[in-house]
Design a protein around this ligand. Sequence first.
Ligand SMILES: Nc1ncnc2c1ncn2[C@@H]1O[C@H](COP(=O)(O)OP(=O)(O)OP(=O)(O)O)[C@@H](O)[C@H]1O
Length: 549
Amino acid sequence: MEGKEVKDSAYLFLGSIGPAFENIALGIGDKLALKAIAWAYGVSEEDVKRRYSRIGDLGDVAFELNMGEGKLLAIDEVFGRLKEIKETTGKGSQEEKTELLSSILQRASPKEGKYIVRIVLGKLRLGFGDQFLLEAFSTAFTGNKKYAARIKESYSVCTDIGELAESLAEYGPKALGRFSIKLGRPVRSMLAQRVKIFEELEERIPGKKAAEEKYDGERVQIHKNGKEVIAFSRKLEDITAQYPDIVEAVRKGILAEKIVLDGEIIAYVENRKANDSSERFYSFQKLMKRRRKYEVQKYTEIYPVAVFFFDILCLEGNSLLKKSYPERRNLLEEHLRESRTLRLARRTITNNLEEIEDFFNKALEKRLEGIIIKSMDRNSIYEAGKRSWLWLKWKEEYASGMRETFDLVIVGKYYGRGKRKGSFGALLCAVLNEEGHRFETFTKVGTGFTEANAKEIDNLLSEHIIAEVPKNVFIKSRMLPDIFVEPTLVIEVLGSEITESMGHTAGQGEGDTGLALRFPRFLRIRYDKGPYDITTVKEVWNFKEDKGI
Ligand SMILES: Nc1ncnc2c1ncn2[C@@H]1O[C@H](COP(=O)(O)OP(=O)(O)OP(=O)(O)O)[C@@H](O)[C@H]1O
């Protein structure tokens, strides 16, 4: 395969035509796809509709209707056509998109047609994610599995899987370590480790350290290139459109031409009256009201936000990832003109744990959820994509010995009864088994939902209902839900006990008992996390061991 072909197929394997941080929506929904299938195979739309309600997958419908042998389509032909579909916009574009799709379906073999339809609808469902593909790159481009870990590291900096694949195909292992941060391509966020007891902070980061306030909002990476400002989420999606106020503030308040900043957006109101300098941080839920396509301006006024910057990753074309935290923080302070919307994460520097405890208590008084303690060592670099021991988190729930929270992906729904009839009664949720590249069930959550939550979850899941157990989900027959859901939506769940279970598969390995979370309670939807960012089996084992639960 040629470099370009490798690049295109890397995207296609993940069911897309470019990296997540670019706008890659093709603008075709079920309705247009249905029409394109009818046109391609000379049947009525009614006929396609009937088959669709019987089979539940338009890809399979195309497969069933396609009688042709089809000559083999070349990758660049398929890719080029999908791009054309995406780029067709404006008046009359729906008709044109439908024609473009229909004509390639006509030439495709039944199998090709099935996958093209699924890709177009964003539902390829091959049952693996990017991490699995990276392991395959190791064997394919270096002839050796041992490079997988380094490829994954590079992917944290070069988050464009196509670009990474192309370089590996061309240079083999020599491509590794060559990637650097660049404007317009977000790096994966550095994450903090959690400690078990407060004193462990001293063990992990001895001596002088910084404690920063921890803001419970949405992680954001801001790339400014002259007047152009892009905001990326933790999932590396472009969220610029949701935050016009931040974009404006960055244009005015950040004087550097080219700069990349890391921070947290939070719903925040400051009282600026002469005798009242109080401030208020609002909940994550309020911030999420800004997750909308329409009426953004109106919501900008109702829910004002501020962004608290805590890192700088690139300045005037120079990567700062290898600089120490104190050096980066100095540069950040130099280049940020604080305003109502743009803030610096507040911090204290000390070698005294009691002072850190005071700082933590003050943070709680302000309704913040905790602090992040950061190493000031010479080697305190920015470890993109890593849960690093250079950053430690200490939260209210650890301090009070409260129950633990888990981020879980929904894999099934059980019908609701009584008041919840028509919605779900409980959700089957799973953790990630990183080694097995699969999701293993961990708990059944039936409490904590308001009516509005339940409705929103139903809405979000409606696109992801599937007919059978998803390929990458491990469910025991006794736990089979009434409705299967493709693992996409992540929720945060509070729980208080982890037990061995014959029903759940989390961490089951070769044996027949898995781990299960007891007394689970829904807390919130994690819009900012994807299925591969959730709690892992390994983390569940660690929690169990630490807490003796
Ligand atoms: N001053 C800060 N420095 C670093 N991160 C911060 C800071 N303030 C807030 N954060 C946020 O806190 C997050 C870590 O806290 P927490 O464990 O509550 O979040 P999470 O999303 O559940 O877990 P994680 O992000 O560690 O996977 C960071 O990912 C970041 O988004």
